[in-house]
Design a protein around this ligand. Sequence first.
Ligand code: KG4
Ligand code: ZN
Length: 325
Amino acid sequence: MILSIESSCDDSAIAITEIATKKLLFHKKISQELEHSVYGGVVPELAARLHAEALPKILEECKPYFKELKAVAVTSSPGLTVTLIEGVVMAKAISIALDIPIIGVNHLIGHIYSLFIEKETQFPLTVLLVSGGHTQVMEVKNLQEIKTIAKSMDDSFGESFDKVAKMMNLGYPGGPLIQELAKGGDRKRYNFTVPLHQSPLIAFSYSGLKNSVRLAIEAANEDDFKDIAASFEHIATAHIIQKLKKYFKAVPPKTFAIVGGASANLYLRSQIEELLKPYKAGLLLSELKYCSDNAAMIGRVGVEMYEKGMFSSLDELEVCPKSVI
Ligand code: KG4
Ligand code: ZN
């Protein structure tokens, strides 16, 4: 079995995965949404302190599995430095105490492998990762061959939902709150500009849209918020659809996947389903409970890396806040 730890942002999570069967034997996550909600976003130092309290509590429940562990996998990049450290320090302690190897896992690859929890992998894939930290399109051949096609130049898709929700004083995380508010709203009422719509670049940008929404909120009263939310969600999604359309002209999709916390967005899912129809491309989605950060996806990558002998050395494994893919 592999014990896996996730602490890259505001979720403390530990999982136990059986290597031979990929079965998830244990998974527990303690989220910090309530604690960060008052600030309208994640406060890194507060998050680190909460990980330091939560992770040992969850680990206590994993003790019955200790004798069976063959390795410990931990998210080591990308993420918030101070919160990544909490997980990596715990993983190093486990590695030393139980004399088992350590595996440093890239969180973005973790999101890709959220598609394969308790399943076999299915490659090649074109993947859209939409989370609080990333808006990224990747061509994934396998664990070691991942090519990034497009990234966000500033804010990410999920982050823009968090910021718009904060401007409306709705709380955190903003994605589900905006999605809910948008349900009763008019998507066409606010004619926000689709970011980069005249640019030939295949890239994403959300800071301009966020500022347009800010101006609309300032000029509106609360009755208008649902229409602003609906129009924002529509344009934020249209931006992704436009860029994917452009990319698909050059490289038609065969199997497409959406992963990351914001892949739970139902409007985005429905628009991508429409986009894929003419290509007759398959669509893979993670189970809703594994879209947001969790340790099961880190464990699933851990199994793959264990089988390939991709271990880290205890001295060299360091946290890295920036992504390398
Ligand atoms: O993957 P994740 O849990 O953490 C990161 O790796 O960043 O993603 C969290 C992000 C937050 O920005 C949250 O607002 C967004 O995913 N999110 C959504 C939805 N549910 C979560 N964004 C849009 N619509 C949703 N339904
Ligand atoms: Zn994530």
